[in-house]
Design a protein around this ligand. Structure first.
Ligand SMILES: Nc1ncnc2c1ncn2[C@@H]1O[C@H](COP(=O)(O)OP(=O)(O)OP(=O)(O)O)[C@@H](O)[C@H]1O
Ligand SMILES: [Mg+2]
Length: 618
């Protein structure tokens, strides 16, 4: 069972930010350092201004009386800072040079530290993305098969990539932005507040206006980001479907149709993106407009203060300068609060996945091996409304080969999935040596089975790795043995690269029969005590079928086997044939018994003969 579940927003922050506390601490220290250094900037500029204005041609008009006030008062900031440099001599030239050098060093340090901060913040973002993705994948892979049949794989891909990234952006850059801008707002705010009450009010107003814009933009940004992520997911689903079914679209000459489908997905994404951008790109100019109003406002307040004599010329220049410095962080801070919404949109997508609970749950026991039998007792199952299996009961004894036969859609593959516990029955139960399947841990239980499923899917990897499929406890010998058993060794070694041949996406570079034999080798490589073969011989010509038949006979000799096969040759050997129709058991018996008494079975056999006859006569 998965340990994941839906999170609240703060739980999410704690869960993924906490393991990164060192980086976040480093980022906080770095950001604060750069902010403090940046705080020195107005002081240096004021000192330069003060030194310049003391020159004969630039003497300002009436300077107010130097009534000692706050050390941050912009009226006296310049003279105070320049005063600190008096030990190096009273020569303005020397002081200006020194101030220029200090300014350069300060600017270089701030830029350097900010660069480092950005790198740390990107590191936090990438790591947080990784953590979120790992957890998501772990959760998703723990869900039962049924979940995946309801979700589109392209959608899932998009949730794991785009939504996770979107969420993680919040943990790095947003944190940095908030610290960075808060520190600067505070520092520049102190300068302004120390200089004029009116300016303080002006700054407050500015913050108020900027955050009103944030309030206005929050909702549309959240909504439109969500829609954009959904459109991205839809596009990735369509792309994935197109490329995985390229053979079908080519065979049917349906390229135009596919192009249209893709075109409309792309259009959907473009439209969603445009809608988002319309709000997103509205933000910057809207803020710039508010900023220019604010600048003018600050300028007028400053002029008024100058007129009242509470501000010197130097103070006025510094006033406007620091006012401008203050606008940027306020602007960015308000922006960050808008983009928290985008983060929330990504987070919502992830949370919807985390909220899904696996329907098939682990029990406490670990299944070792089959000693007596697997029993199905009154099993009922449906995927939705219509029953697919109804009151199915039979035994599979150790060492027995049980064949499931029946028309298409009878429920054979579903029954195999129930035995494998990919689904739990709605009613009734499956007992493994007398113990209900729900008592076992799924992983260990399924490892007792070797499965060749109806669509023997291979992975884009070498033949060798496809046979081994993640089993680290097996050797090269096992791979060769399995390939020989499955009659695959010969054709594999005939490839120039042998077992290192890449089979292509889903095994597309192999013939149907070859693919099936690799899949059989994969099923038997770990010597599982129980085999499930779903139509293992359906894709083979008569020669390969014979080869596979020999292989299957050899394999199931020592194993318990559940074989779903339309081919009579396979069924003939069965210890027990279960005839299914419409989800119900029609009869159970050996071939000889059934051929006489079961009409459906006899009909199926007849159809088989006709089919074989038709093929061999053509
Ligand atoms: N994932 C699913 N969701 C909903 N219905 C399903 C699903 N898989 C199968 N079914 C339905 O369940 C019924 C039984 O399907 P199943 O695949 O078990 O048949 P089958 O006997 O293996 O057929 P075939 O011989 O064609 O492989 C069918 O009516 C099918 O449409
Ligand atoms: Mg089937």
């Amino acid at each position: 069972m998965s340990e994941f579940g839906p999170l609240t927003f703060s739980q999410l922050l704690i869960k993924y930010a906490l393991p990164l506390w060192k980086s976040i601490l480093l980022l906080t220290i770095g950001t604060l350092t750069s902010s403090i250094l940046a705080a020195a900037q107005p002081a240096i500029v004021a000192a330069i201004l003060n030194t310049l204005m003391q020159g004969p041609s630039m003497q300002g008009p009436s300077s107010p009386e130097p009534v000692p006030s706050s050390p941050f008062d912009l009226n006296y900031l310049g003279s105070r800072t320049a005063g600190l440099l008096s030990p190096i001599g009273g020569d303005p030239q020397t002081i200006l040079l020194a101030l220029g050098a200090i300014y350069a060093v300060q600017a270089i340090m701030v830029s350097g530290i900010d660069y480092g901060n950005h790198l740390v913040s990107i590191g936090i973002r990438l790591n947080a993305t990784r953590f979120i993705q790992n957890d998501l994948l772990k959760h998703l892979l723990s869900l039962s098969l049924g979940h995946f049949q309801k979700m589109k794989s392209g959608d899932l891909i998009s949730r794991v990539t785009a939504d996770a990234t979107q969420t993680a952006i919040g943990l790095g850059p947003l944190v940095q932005g908030i610290i960075h801008h808060t520190a600067r707002i505070l520092i520049y705010g102190v300068y302004l507040c120390s200089t004029s009450m009116w300016l303080t009010i002006g700054a407050m107003l500015m913050i108020g206006v900027q955050f009103s814009l944030t309030r206005i933009l929050k909702k549309p940004v959240a909504e439109r980001t969500r829609r954009e992520l959904d459109a991205k997911a839809n596009l990735s689903t369509t792309l994935q479907e197109t490329f995985t079914s390229i053979r079908v679209s080519k065979s049917f000459g349906a390229e135009e149709f596919e192009l249209k489908k893709l075109g409309s997905s792309i259009e959907g994404f473009v439209r969603a993106n445009l809608r988002l951008q319309r709000v997103a790109k509205f933000e910057a100019p809207a803020r710039a407009f508010l900023d220019s109003l604010a600048s003018i406002g600050i300028f007028f307040i400053a002029l008024e203060e100058l007129r009242k004599g509470t501000l010197s010329i130097e103070g006025l220049v510094m006033f406007v300068y620091v006012g401008r410095l203050l606008i940027t962080p306020i602007n960015h801070m308000a922006t960050n609060f808008v983009w928290v919404q985008a983060l929330r949109a990504g987070f919502e997508g992830i949370n919807n996945l985390l909220a899904q609970r696996s329907k098939v749950l682990d029990g406490p026991l670990v299944a070792k091996t089959l000693e007596k039998k697997i029993e199905l007792k009154g099993v009922y199952f449906s995927y939705g409304h219509d029953p697919v299996l109804e009151n199915v009961s039979f035994d599979i004894n150790l060492g027995e080969m049980v064949a499931l036969v029946g028309p298409s859609g009878a429920g054979k593959s579903t029954l195999a999935d129930i035995i494998l516990r990919l689904y739990d029955p709605d009613r009734g139960e499956v007992l493994f040596d007398g113990v209900g399947l729900r008592e076992f841990k799924q992983h260990g239980y399924r490892r007792l089975f070797g499965v060749v499923s109806q669509e023997s899917l291979l992975f884009h990897d070498t033949v060798h790795n496809n046979i081994l499929y993640g089993r680290t406890d097996l050797t090269e010998e096992d791979v060769l043995r399995a390939a020989r058993m499955a009659n695959a060794h010969e054709f594999v070694t005939a490839f120039p690269r042998g077992y290192d041949t890449i089979v292509g996406d889903r095994g597309i570079r192999l013939s149907g029969g070859e693919r099936q034999r690799v899949a059989i080798a994969r099923a038997v490589v770990a010597n599982p005590p129980i085999l499930i073969m779903d139509e293992a011989t359906s894709a083979l010509d008569s020669e390969s079928e014979r080869l596979v038949q020999v292989a299957i006979d050899r394999i199931i000799e020592n194993a318990t086997a559940i074989v779903i096969a339309h081919r009579l040759s396979t069924v003939l050997h069965a210890d027990k044939i279960v005839v299914l129709d419409n989800g119900r058991i029609v009869d159970i018996g050996r071939h000889q018994e059934l051929i006489g008494r079961c009409a459906l079975y006899s009909k199926l056999c007849e159809l088989q003969f006709h089919e074989r006859f038709d093929i061999s006569s053509s």
